[in-house]
Write a protein that binds this ligand. Structure first.
Ligand SMILES: N[C@@H](CCC(=O)N[C@@H](CS)C(=O)NCC(=O)O)C(=O)O
Length: 200
C-alpha cells in the first residue's frame, strides 16, 4: 500500500500516525512538493485536485486524509477507532469534517502563511484558530477524548494541526484540556511525531 506523502504535511502525517499506531505497513512515496510535482499530469491522474496525501492500495486510489483514515480503519476492522454504533460514528464524522473545514481554515492556514508564505488572511486564520481551540477544549473536558472514553479517528484527524499550531503563531498553552489531550496521544503505543511537533 503506497502513500504519496510529504514529511511536512499534517494531512499526510494523520495517515502515517494512524498506520504507526496500528502496525499497518505503508510504502512512503515522497512527492516533490516544492518543485510542483503534485500539479503535474502524472500526479493529477491520481488526484485531480493536485493535493497530497493520496493512498494507492493495489490500484484503489483514494484522496483526502479523512477518507483515507476511514478506509484504513474499516479495511482492518478497527472498530475502536471507527465505531459502528450510529451515533458514535456520526460524532466521529463530525470531527473529521471539523478537521477538514474549521481546523484547515484556522491553525492550518496560519501555519501555511508563516511556514510556506501562502497568501492567506493570517489574522482571520488566527481568529478562527482561537475559536477552534475553544471548541476542542470544551469537547475534551469530560473524558479527555473527542468521542467516548478512548481515542478514535476523530482524535487522529484533529491532532496534527493543533500540535503544529505554534508554527502559525497560535499558542495552545492556555487550553489545558487540549494540552493534556496532546500529551495523552503522544504516549500511545506506536506514536510517531513529525517535524515541528514539540513533545513535553
Ligand atoms: N482535504 C484534504 C486536503 C489536502 C491538502 O490540502 N493537502 C495539501 C498539503 S497538506 C496540498 O496538497 N496542497 C496543495 C494544494 O492545495 O494545491 C485532506 O485532508 O487530505
Amino acid at each position: 500500500m503506497k502513500l504519496y506523502d510529504l514529511e511536512l504535511s499534517g494531512n499526510c502525517y494523520k495517515v502515517r500516525l494512524f498506520c504507526a499506531l496500528n502496525n499497518i505497513p505503508l510504502d512512503i512515496v515522497p512527492v516533490d512538493y516544492l518543485n510542483g510535482e503534485h500539479k503535474r499530469e502524472a500526479f493529477l491522474g491520481l488526484n485531480p485536485l493536485g493535493q497530497i496525501p493520496v493512498l494507492d492500495d493495489h490500484g484503489l486510489i483514494l484522496r483526502d486524509s479523512q477518507a483515507i483514515l476511514v478506509y484504513l480503519a474499516m479495511k482492518h476492522a478497527l472498530e475502536d477507532w471507527w465505531p459502528q454504533v450510529a451515533f458514535e460514528q456520526a460524532k466521529v464524522m463530525q470531527w473529521l469534517s471539523f478537521s477538514g473545514n474549521e481546523i484547515a481554515r484556522g491553525p492550518n492556514d496560519a501555519r501555511l502563511h508563516d511556514l510556506f508564505s501562502v497568501d492567506v488572511d493570517v489574522e482571520k486564520a488566527r481568529g478562527s484558530a482561537e475559536e477552534v481551540l475553544n471548541v476542542l477544549d470544551a469537547a475534551l473536558e469530560p473524558t479527555g477524548w473527542l468521542v467516548g472514553n478512548a481515542p478514535t479517528l476523530a482524535d487522529i484527524a484533529c491532532y496534527p494541526y493543533i500540535a503544529l499550531a505554534h508554527q502559525g503563531g497560535v499558542s495552545t498553552t492556555e487550553f489545558s484540556a487540549v494540552v493534556a489531550w496532546c500529551r495523552r496521544l503522544e504516549v500511545l503505543d506506536g506514536y510517531i511525531a513529525m517535524s515541528g511537533i514539540e513533545r513535553a
